[in-house]
Write a protein of this length. Structure first.
Length: 205
């Protein structure tokens, strides 16, 4: 919002009505259209009283520490167990890549994934006191084509972001939060890079 609008907005009434679909305090504004009819009262002196209601159990299991910690630990175990398969898959993709630029991009993604596995191991060890084993004797069927491999990689990155957010929600220690933030932002960047390779090689859905 442009700063020139603040003085005008600050003089607006603080009541809620159909004609005034915004509740606001000195620092922020909240749209109230489509909100429940049992909204709390608005105090002209305090700005407003936030709407509150009990958080459903299923949401607590996703978003609340420590209710979601066990699920997050299981997801970390799965992520580390899948590390071996990922390495073999990336090696297949690198061998099928048609240009050195493609190979270099995929190598960079592979190296990031190796780093992520180590970060996951650190988080898991610090939370449980146990070390996760390295996967052994892993084999993965090569993709039918380079484009099929890229498509699978794009889908995998999207799925990883969804799973890793659940792990992030379970983190309480700031360092662990930062580790998970680095992992998730890397995965988002990987998705962008794979989409670039998919378009660059004229792949079709």
């Amino acid at each position: 919002m442009h700063h020139n609008n603040w003085n005008t907005l600050s003089r607006m009434p603080t009541s809620l009505s159909v004609n005034n679909p915004y509740a606001y305090s000195e620092n922020f504004y909240i749209p109230v259209h489509n909100m429940p009819n049992h909204m709390p009262h608005v105090d002209p002196q305090m700005g407003f009283t936030p709407y509150t209601s009990p958080i459903p159990v299923q949401l607590q299991e996703i978003y609340s520490y420590p209710q979601n910690l066990q699920t997050a630990l299981e997801m970390i175990e799965e992520a580390v167990q899948g590390e071996g398969e990922d390495r073999v898959f990336y090696q297949h993709l690198i061998s099928m890549a048609p240009s050195e630029q493609d190979k270099e991009i995929i190598r960079g993604i592979r190296d990031d994934e190796v780093k992520h596995a180590e970060l996951f191991r650190q988080i898991y060890s610090q939370l449980t006191g146990r070390l996760l084993p390295y996967p052994e004797d892993v084999s993965v069927k090569p993709p039918a084509s380079y484009c099929d491999g890229l498509k699978k990689a794009i889908t995998g990155e999207q799925s990883a972001v969804e799973r890793y957010r659940r792990i992030l929600y379970a983190m309480e220690n700031r360092i662990h939060v930062n580790m998970m933030t680095e992992i998730i932002t890397d995965e988002l960047r990987h998705g962008i890079l794979y989409n670039y390779l998919y378009a660059k090689n004229n792949c079709r859905v």
